[in-house]
Design a protein around this ligand. Structure first.
Ligand code: MIG
Length: 734
């Protein structure tokens, strides 16, 4: 079998407008001859204008699967548009949008960008790409989320350009206070304009439109340990025993690609994992779960059922001439399922039974841009138009007929995750599924958690993780994290401890590293380091009730767990510019150290008093303070006026159900909330959960039961206020 490794098709794409045919290519004239539809709607009290472009040959705007809830739209005439927003069709496969971007307006969101919090001053490309070189020039990356917030306090505006075709957002790179988006497509699009409104309302509206993350299964909020790869049965068993004997909390071991038989998805290597089932059940007996990686590439192998079935059912992507598209990935030459097709998704979701039958708890979808070892660059970065459809590597089947791959490339990961989640739900209808993905399009939060791909064991990547995750969260993906300790390169003791200090606040909490890089399991750097990391991971587990309460808040309001300071302090102009700290929920301010050999850093405290979690220090804002943050201490501060529920230390979340909870009370008057449910079923979505609103006044805790819908556990509650500690009962309505 030979694979066509000739020059990429994009070389045939036109790079610059051809001067000799100026009338045809003059980008100053608008070539649009279709129709524009204006509609007005309302979500979360935010007004939304939807602008839809319908091409001449289309009956309606081609829809992406991003939007899951439609408000009642009212057709309207072209209204006055904010920011002098305008657009035109500049070429047959290019639209250009432009709008004002006053210098005082920070730009936030846009998914996964290697950037500080404010995205201004550069061009951001949205085209799903396996780019493992995360440096300042890293553009594009794996995810494409065309949702941008233009921050102006309570008068902020947001744009969502719903098209899965390649986009470039130039956020005032010329410093002339104008922004430009070019969208390379031959199809129609929809542009949503939200606001003006405060940021939390914009995100509430956007996440109503595109969905939110359901309450995650409890185990997926625990600690994950991963490595490319734990190669065999015995290594995995030993690893689990190591965690338990060292009393380092952990819920999940993740199996990377080497668990498979020559990287064939839906197989396990019989040689290295001869008794896979009994390994899974032995691990489960000590409360360990397994997650396995599943890549999209299906090995081109006529003795392999997944391949022969997929070809017989015509579920793989094909070139315009009708032959199979093949390229190399881990299994060697491979075919790629066309997940745009419903039949492909239901086939894939059935196949997932292979994993659920073996007791696998969750699925990790990697390489789903999709990445190819052969065609690493799928579109000329300077292309001004898309190549003809038949030159876009292959065709994909959409609801409105076949289109060139690049028109919908940004949806490949999304649709794969949709199929994966559906499969887990089919096989285990009463269990909340867990899916993790690298590539994503708007709305992915309904289907999967995300991590940000191949970072390095570098201080710079520890530093960038904060603003990157903040923008990811503002873009709807609340369940997110980066590889703790760094994926590539050799980690160090100090870096790993500092990484856990901030990582315990990542909603998705996983240590992962690349093959051949220095091992970085928590005990690999000696006893002192191990005990520091143990303390940090224990703190994460103690935060579980607070974290579950934050996920409840996310699913009811869209609020991310990691929030920029401006989320809660919109009138504080300094807070708006802080890019290296975050709020974990309303009440915990995290200010991680991200430099080697540094123990003192400036920390900005918004108004109020802030109590250090790991020391007796109290700081008053609004002000910067030079704060000493010793290695291994939790770099976080609780807002005075908060009540934070903390659990007892546990080795896995399986111990949580009857675990005691202590409400830590900060200040003489304080409030907070506490949410609990069964941790695994969908009953919570039907109202089976408990929710208390807690207030502390005159030395008493008042618990107002907002919801009393799930069987109480036998847990005991306590309060801690300064030196006072005592047990309390919570009110019930039963
Ligand atoms: O080509 O499965 O980002 O987390 O360990 C590399 C091996 C493929 C890339 C993922 C990384 C994973 C690795 N994968």
């Amino acid at each position: 079998m030979t694979v066509d490794t000739s020059a990429n098709d994009w070389t045939k794409a036109r790079r610059k407008p051809v001067k000799s045919s100026a009338t045809q290519d003059d980008s100053r004239t608008d070539k649009f001859s279709g129709r524009i539809v204006y509609e007005q709607g309302l979500l979360s009290n935010v007004s939304i204008l939807r602008i839809g472009a319908v091409m001449n040959d289309e009956t309606a705007v081609p829809r992406t699967p991003a939007v899951c809830l439609e408000p009642d739209w009212t057709p309207t005439q072209r209204p006055d548009l904010p920011l002098n927003l305008d657009w035109k069709q500049a070429a047959s496969a290019r639209f250009e949008f432009s709008f004002d971007l006053p210098a005082a307006v920070p730009c936030l969101g846009l998914g996964e960008r290697f950037s500080a919090l404010d995205l201004r001053g550069t061009v951001h490309t949205l085209l799903a790409t396996d780019n493992s070189d995360h440096n300042e020039a890293a553009d594009p990356l794996y995810k494409s989320i065309p949702f941008l917030i233009l921050y102006s306090g309570n008068q902020s505006i947001a744009l969502f350009l719903d098209s899965a075709a390649p986009q470039k957002w130039d956020l005032d790179s010329a410093l002339n206070e104008r922004a430009k988006i070019s969208l390379l497509t031959r199809r129609g699009w929809q542009l949503y304009v939200f606001g003006p409104a405060p940021v939390p309302d914009l995100v509430a509206a956007y996440t109503q439109l595109t969905g939110r993350c359901d309450q995650p299964p409890r185990w997926s909020l625990g600690h994950f340990q991963c490595r490319w790869s734990y190669p065999d049965d015995q290594t995995v068993r030993d690893l689990a025993v190591e965690f338990r004997s060292r009393q380092i909390p952990c819920d999940t071991i993740v199996l990377d690609i080497d668990y498979m038989d020559e990287y064939r998805v839906f197989t396990v290597s019989g040689e290295r994992f001869p008794r896979f089932n009994s390994m899974v059940s032995d691990l489960s007996a000590i409360n360990f779960r397994l997650v396995t990686i599943v890549d999209p590439g299906v090995k081109y192998d006529f003795d392999y059922a997944t391949f022969t079935e997929g070809s017989r059912l015509d579920l793989f992507c094909k070139k315009a001439d009708g032959t199979l598209f093949l390229d190399e990935v881990w299994p060697g030459v491979s075919a790629f399922p066309d997940f745009m097709k419903q039949e492909t998704r239901s086939w894939w979701s059935e196949k997932l039974r292979f994993y659920t039958d073996q007791g696998i708890s969750g699925i990790w979808n990697d390489m789903n841009e999709p990445a190819f070892f052969g065609k690493k660059v799928v579109l000329d970065p300077d292309a001004l138009e898309l190549p003809e459809p038949e030159r876009q590597l292959f065709m994909q089947e959409t609801e409105s007929g076949p289109v060139g791959h690049l028109e919908v490339r940004n949806l490949y990961g999304f649709e794969m995750c949709r199929a994966t989640r559906e499969g887990l739900l089919k096989q285990r209808p009463d269990e909340r599924p867990f899916v993790l993905t690298r590539s994503a399009y708007a709305g992915i939060q309904r289907h999967a958690a995300v991590w940000l791909g191949d970072n390095m064991s570098w201080w710079e990547h520890l530093r960038k993780a904060v603003p990157m995750l903040l923008n990811v969260g503002l873009s709807g993906m609340a369940f997110c994290g980066v590889d703790i300790g760094g994926f590539g390169g050799h980690g160090s003791a100090e870096l790993l401890v500092r990484w856990y200090e901030q990582g315990i606040f990542y909603p998705f909490f996983r240590n992962h590293s690349m093959m051949e890089s220095r091992a970085q399991e928590p005990w690999m750097f000696g006893e002192d380091v191990e005990s520091k990391i143990r303390h940090l991971i224990e703190t994460r587990y103690k935060l579980l009730p607070y974290i579950e309460t934050l996920f409840f808040e996310h699913r009811t309001t869209g609020a991310p767990l990691m929030r920029p300071l401006l989320w809660h302090y919109p009138d504080d102009t300094v807070a708006a510019r802080v890019s290296d700290q975050f709020l974990f929920g309303r009440d915990i301010l995290v200010a991680p150290v991200v430099e080697r050999a540094t123990v003192i850093r400036p920390v900005y405290f918004p108004e109020g008093r802030w109590h250090s979690i790991d020391s007796d220090q109290v700081f008053t804002g609004p002000s910067f303070h030079a704060v000493k943050l010793e290695l291994g201490k939790v770099p976080a501060f609780v807002r005075e006026g908060a009540i934070v529920p903390l659990a007892e230390v546990m080795q896995s979340t399986a111990e949580y159900r009857d675990n005691g909870i202590t409400f830590y009370i900060f200040g003489d008057t304080a409030d907070g909330a506490f949410y609990e449910d069964d941790g695994s079923s969908f009953a919570c979505l039907r109202g089976s959960y408990n929710l208390w609103q807690l207030t502390w006044q005159n030395g008493n805790l008042h618990s107002e039961c907002r919801k009393d819908g799930c069987e109480g556990s036998t847990r005991k509650y306590r309060i801690k206020h300064g030196l006072t500690e005592r047990s309390v009962e919570l009110n019930t309505t039963r």
